[in-house]
Design a protein around this ligand. Structure first.
Ligand SMILES: [Zn+2]
Length: 281
């Protein structure tokens, strides 16, 4: 993605230099993997899980200098967030609505949020209570080495755009409606609604990429698709339990995630994104 020298968002809070000391003990190996898998791109109510993590986030802080790579990754994140602001401001105003821009917090190891404490193992997530996206950028190394995604800057951009998609769903009231409906339904139906919510965030990421086409480079869409595919429920289930159980899907299969991203990317039209198939009306 062509990003250098372009506008950077002022809504990014960089807490990497003053991270909480020590590693958060969420456990490595298979437990860490399953935990990460469950939390990946979580769009639902994550506060409970985060609460459990809260105790594990150390209270002490220590300061350190950021490396040149970390600084560059921060600038990249600010540019991508600025792109999402420009595009969603435009789309909202075209629909006579006001877009409230979300915040984005970069952290290492552990962080406190209005949804509870989080660690790198939480994966990137959006907290509706403070309308901020939280990301430990080491997650992307994990995505490449443990989940087999090909990596690349556009994989990160896609994830930011996906999390911003959850912010859009929150301010449009979609997330609230889904949560209400889920309480009235059995687990399978509730899971299907979670899948639809996740796929719509992928669709919104695609809409963002459509409006950002002039900055895309060869291979960028491939990078996003590789990341989306690596975090599909079926891919994660196969890797963690060796089998695929569709009823337990909460994020969508690799194929579905790619399909909805591409639908957004090809149309650029938010009206094409009813992943709920009318269930919310
Ligand atoms: Zn998500």
């Amino acid at each position: 993605m062509k990003w250098k020298g372009r506008r950077q968002s002022s809504n990014v809070e960089d807490r990497r230099g003053s991270s909480t000391g020590g590693k958060v003990a969420v456990g490595g190996g298979i437990i860490g993997l399953i935990f990460l898998a469950i939390q990946l791109f979580s769009g639902g109510d994550i506060s409970e899980t985060l609460q459990q993590l809260e105790n594990q986030v150390p209270a002490t802080t220590e300061s350190r200098e950021l490396t040149a790579d970390e600084i560059e990754l921060g600038e990249f994140t600010e540019t991508v967030l600025a792109d999402t602001e420009d595009i969603w401001n435009k789309i909202f105003s075209e629909n006579n609505m006001n877009y409230q821009e979300p915040g984005l917090v970069l952290f290492t190891d552990g962080v406190r949020t209005a949804c509870g404490g989080a660690s790198a193992a939480s994966g990137p997530f959006y907290c509706p209570a403070d309308q901020k996206v939280y990301m430990d950028l080491s997650f992307f190394e994990e995505l490449r080495t443990r989940f087999g995604a090909q990596g690349g800057d556009f994989a990160i951009a896609y994830v930011i755009a996906h999390e911003v998609g959850h912010h859009v769903q929150t301010i449009l009231g979609t997330s609230g409606k889904v949560r209400q409906l889920q309480q009235e339904q059995n687990q399978t139906a509730a899971n299907q609604l979670s899948v639809a919510l996740e796929l719509q965030a992928d669709f919104y990421a695609g809409v963002w990429a459509y409006h950002n086409k002039e900055y895309l480079e060869e291979g960028d869409i491939q990078e996003a698709m590789s990341a989306a595919s690596a975090v599909g429920d079926d891919a994660i289930q196969k890797r963690t339990s060796g089998r695929v159980v569709p009823d337990a899907f909460t994020h969508g299969t690799s194929k579905q995630r790619i399909e909805w991203f591409m639908r957004g990317y090809n149309s650029g039209d938010i009206r094409q994104g009813d992943t709920f198939n009318g269930r919310l009306n």
